[in-house]
Ligand binder design. Structure first.
Ligand SMILES: *Cc1c(COP(=O)(O)O)cnc(C)c1O
Length: 362
């Protein structure tokens, strides 16, 4: 990195921010895109037409409904949010992670995350000045190291604990009993991030009634609407009322509100796509496990984590790119992920192309 001239005044940037690396996304440049847990299916034509008709009516010259009341109603109904709890919408769940941290940020405070997990927790926590404690998962199966989690909660008294359920990039669900113990032990907020709930058949939403310090985070991104940028947070009214104060008033734009509402009215189409992805996940896992050069872990999400046992992950990643396939190379991102890569479940033909290319590389 070259030294910037003093006039630029970069010394004003907080040291924590200067030390960060921006969240990097590889340019897919026409590759088969299996790197970002997107739903590979498009909408059928019968949906495209009425959706575009609806967008015609949208008043693009007006600010959006700041409360997105109608959209919230649909989310509540379709996602079966208990009436006792409130909803807060974000421009992606990423924004909600930022907003939670913004509301509780203060010097000397701590955020706790089991790691490896979703990179944005640490990135945003560090950017906002938190001390971020990562508690390593168990190396063999990526389960929580419950004793280490309990000790870290006691020692560091974190303002927020982030728990992705299922976890990204490992794909597993943690023991819900252990999660409940951690929620009971935690002195601050516990955010259960259910970005992959549609693929997992497991949720801690019912536990909201038992724990006042629990928030459940969801997104429509992995469900098939990554381009819209819509996340939602479910929790008790007192907590959400505080978080509402740091939300930008028009964070959910008119096109997102109209499109998400339309998609929720046709939720069965997305559900059908999810069923295909879950079916193909089993197929891809079985095929990966049949490769002698690969260890692959079971997944409750729409991706699979695997390790290359003979060739370095970097070489496998490059070879896959040459074969026209983009996955996520996780080597170097955490000690437990040495030589690991993550593949999202794509269309059947995309999965087949990936498996064929990989078999020739490992
Ligand atoms: C993808 C992902 C998110 C971010 O989702 P957006 O709503 O697209 O911002 C949040 N949490 C986890 C665990 C994820 O994998």
């Amino acid at each position: 990195m070259s030294q910037a001239p003093p006039r630029a005044g970069l010394h004003w940037v907080r040291p924590q921010v200067r030390a960060l690396q921006a969240y990097a996304v590889t340019n897919p440049r026409g590759l088969i895109k299996l790197d970002a847990m997107e739903n590979p299916y498009r909408w059928p034509d019968e949906l495209i037409q009425p959706w575009l008709e609806g967008l015609r009516q949208v008043a693009i010259n007006r600010y959006p409904d700041p409360q997105a009341t109608e959209l919230k109603g649909w989310l509540r109904a379709v996602m079966k949010v208990p009436a006792a709890f409130d909803l807060l919408l974000g421009n992606g769940s990423d924004e909600l992670i930022q907003l939670i941290l913004l509301a509780v940020a203060a010097p000397g405070r701590t955020v706790l995350v089991p790691e490896p997990s979703f990179a944005m927790y640490r990135l945003l926590a560090v950017a906002l000045g938190f001390n971020c404690i990562g508690v390593p998962l168990r190396a063999e199966d990526f389960a929580l190291d419950q004793a280490a989690m309990v000790t870290a909660i006691r020692d560091h008294e974190p303002a927020v604990v982030f728990l992705a359920y299922p976890n990204n990039p490992t794909g597993n669900l943690w023991d819900p009993q252990q999660l409940c113990e951690l929620i009971e032990d935690a002195p601050g907020l516990v955010v259960i991030d259910e970005a992959y709930v549609a693929f997992a058949n497991a949720s801690l939403m019912p536990e909201l009634a038992r724990y006042a310090n629990l928030l459940v985070l969801r997104t429509v991104s992995k469900l098939g609407l990554a381009g819209l940028r819509l996340g939602f947070l479910i929790g008790s009214a007192p907590w959400l009322a505080e978080l509402e104060k740091v939300r930008l008033p028009y964070n959910i734009n008119v096109l997102t509100q109209a499109s998400a509402q339309f998609a929720l009215q046709h939720y069965s189409v997305l559900q059908g796509q999810v069923e295909c992805i879950v079916r193909d996940r089993q197929y891809v896992l079985t095929r990966l496990r049949a490769l002698p050069g690969v260890t692959a872990w079971p997944s409750c999400a729409n991706f699979i984590l695997f390790r290359s046992l003979r060739r370095p992950a970097n070489a496998v990643f490059d070879g896959l790119c040459e074969a026209g396939i983009l996955v996520k190379n996780l080597d170097g991102s955490h000690p437990l992920l040495a030589n690991c890569l993550r593949v999202s479940i794509g269309l059947p033909a995309e999965n087949a192309a990936f498996l064929e290319a990989l078999a020739a590389l490992v």
